[in-house]
Design a protein around this ligand. Structure first.
Ligand SMILES: [Zn+2]
Length: 188
């Protein structure tokens, strides 16, 4: 079953527009979430510098390694976002929106999902800033049990000091700001 992530995320359009307007602050990242049972979509956006340490195409072996590691890490959603087990959610799709095309040495791994793919937008010139967005889509058999989200992603990417969270849940729209020490997010 293909799930209409784009449709879900239209609820977050004002937020997306805000991002497009150029909110780009090193040390800060953004997590947008829509829960519309049985679907749940999470969009994680960050300045690339928080993830890889640079914001241009990898130009050395060390940068290439960091780039490959970052993309592989972003595919392993379960190491970044942990959902209440009782909610019985399964990850149905991962989309990475990359700021530019860059070679990746990663061929495949066991965590790959059927509909996973990557988009690159070659509209970034050298010496400018760049953002990366990862979208995760879940199908939850028991959505009401979604009470807490654990977010080890800030430990995986320690350059992120602040995580701005926007949620659209059955109870309405909510906003939170998490620091690196707060890894648990209560879902209203
Ligand atoms: Zn930047």
């Amino acid at each position: 079953m293909r799930l209409p992530l784009r449709i879900l995320l239209t609820a977050l359009l004002p937020i997306q527009n805000l991002m497009a307007a150029g909110v780009h602050q090193h040390g800060a990242a953004q997590l947008d979430m829509v829960i519309e049972p049985p679907l749940m979509a999470i969009s994680f956006s960050s300045p690339l510098a928080n993830l890889t340490g640079f914001e241009h195409r990898p130009s050395s072996d060390a940068e290439q390694q960091s780039w490959d590691d970052t993309l592989a890490q972003l595919q392993r959603a379960e190491e970044l976002i942990q959902l209440s087990a009782e909610a019985d959610c399964s990850l149905s799709r991962v989309d990475l929106h990359l700021p530019f095309t860059a070679k990746s040495r990663i061929q495949s791994n066991e965590h790959e999902h059927e509909h996973e793919h990557e988009h690159a937008h070659d509209d970034v010139s050298q010496n400018s800033h760049a953002d990366l967005m990862a979208e995760y889509q879940y199908l939850c058999a028991n959505s009401p049990a979604l009470k807490v989200l654990q977010l080890p992603l800030m430990q995986r990417f320690p350059a992120i000091e602040l995580l701005e969270v926007q949620m659209v849940t059955p109870s309405g729209q909510h906003q939170r700001t998490l620091t690196a020490k707060q890894t648990g997010l209560q879902l209203p």
